[in-house]
Design a protein around this ligand. Structure first.
Ligand code: GDP
Length: 406
């Protein structure tokens, strides 16, 4: 599943938030056959009412939501990018996540020491950004050095291809280096598809999307805009092309300790109608450009996470990586056994000699159509179940049927 790393300076509320997320996740653990929670990793369901509608219509034995993995990455402090030991370890944890949630302290509390002496969101955000920028600059310099010395070439047979790739990478690295030196994140740089692909292997930290989590006092929850610190974070987030969510970590922690009937009452007393965790999870999901598709049958209805723009084979690959390969294996099978092999090969062999992959039967029906029809069978009868090819871009809410066993 998608991994989101929680970072921030000490004493801003990271652990409080992380623990609330994990406790909340445990409450939903019944739905999670795969709910293995390490000390600093928690898996949380993405709330989605459509899942339960589909599951009801298909009379599924269980409904399995999509999930987000939260990782508590404590210890990112000033100077981390210079540190050989611990600092680097924290940065390498960040390298492994898909998105970063930076908790920014917006609550005042004289009993809780702020590392810089006062609540100051701009300075907090700058400190962390600088560490990420330094780390990326360091990595880019090392990579450029390697490319210059010609040590990064692929095997000779791929020489032509790799020289082209190297040019794209060099161009991308130069653009990003310039941006970083101006204090701007790598994600703010405009790159073409080749350039973007060429630097993927570096997993640059400032390329990852960031969501700023403004941690406010409970008294600010009803009207966060009245807190000037929050407005500062909103402005920073827009400058840095990032998202923002307002939350009170303390309130979330307290909510997990209350029986569910008392939660609504407690939230109402603070002037809000729902816990902020749902919003945080949904924001994390949508700000990353993620989409959901479903598979639905008697055994289970399940929500799957894909990136916007993924094709049917890629979406199937999310279920099991073998499935994506299955699209290729199926091609071989067809070519070997089908009586139409010759005709097929003649018709579809491209100039390059690569044959068009054969696609096993794939069907899709839009969520609304499925619900209107009432079942997959009814959707099929009404002609709403579309047969899709390998280039089909899976749409938000599609209910998909992949037939790999033909
Ligand atoms: P971390 O170092 O960033 O992980 O911070 P912690 O989660 O350990 O929180 C540091 C202290 O701040 C703890 O004593 C928390 O109870 C407190 N704290 C966290 N969130 C809030 C909040 O929203 N309001 C107030 N008043 N205190 C908070």
């Amino acid at each position: 599943s998608l991994r989101a790393g929680i970072v921030g300076l000490p004493n801003v509320g990271k652990s409080t938030l992380f623990n609330a997320v994990v406790e909340n996740g445990k409450a939903q653990a019944a739905n999670f056959p795969f709910c293995t929670i390490e000390p600093n990793v928690g898996i949380v369901a993405v709330p989605d009412p459509r899942l339960h509608v589909l599951s009801g219509l298909s009379k599924s034995q269980k409904a399995v939501p999509a999930s987000v993995e939260f990782v508590d990455i404590a210890g990112l402090v000033k100077g981390a990018s210079q540190g050989e030991g611990l600092g680097n370890k924290f940065l390498s944890h960040i390298r492994e996540v898909d998105s970063i949630l930076q908790v920014v302290r917006c609550f005042e509390d004289n009993d809780i020491v702020h590392v810089n002496g006062k609540v100051d969101p701009k300075s907090d955000v700058d400190v962390i950004n600088l560490e990420l920028v330094f780390s990326d600059l360091d990595q880019i310099e090392k990579r450029m050095e390697k490319l210059k010395k010609g040590k990064a070439k692929d095997s000779q047979s791929k020489l032509k291809h790799s020289l082209f790739k190297e040019d794209a990478e060099k161009a991308a690295l130069e653009k990003i280096q310039q941006a970083l030196m101006d204090g701007k994140p790598a994600r703010s740089v405009t790159l073409n598809d080749f350039e973007r692909d060429s630097i993927k292997h570096l997993c640059l930290l400032t390329m990852k999307p960031i969501i700023y989590v403004a941690n406010v006092a409970e008294s600010d929850l009803a009207d966060p805009g009245s807190n000037p610190h929050v407005n500062e974070v909103i402005n920073l987030a827009s400058d840095l092309q990032s998202g923002i969510v307002t939350i009170s970590a303390q309130v979330e922690a307290e909510l997990t300790e209350l029986p569910s009937e008392e939660r609504v009452e407690y939230l109402a007393s603070l002037g809000v109608s729902e816990s902020g965790l749902g919003n945080l999870i949904r924001s994390t999901y949508s700000l990353l450009g993620l989409r959901t598709y479903f598979t639905s049958g008697e055994k289970e209805t399940k929500a799957w996470t894909i990136r916007a723009g993924m094709t049917a084979p890629q979406a199937a690959g999310v279920i099991h990586s073998d499935f994506e390969k299955g699209f290729i294996r199926a091609e071989t099978k067809w070519e070997m056994w089908s009586p139409f092999t010759l005709l097929f090969t003649c018709l579809f062999k491209g100039e390059s000699g690569n044959s068009t992959p054969w696609v096993p039967p794939t069907f899709g029906v839009a969520y609304d159509d499925f619900v209107a029809a009432g079942s997959l069978a009814a959707a099929r009868e009404k002609g709403l179940l579309r047969s899709e090819g390998k280039d089909y871009i899976v749409q938000e809410g599609d209910v998909m049927l992949f037939r790999f066993n033909v």
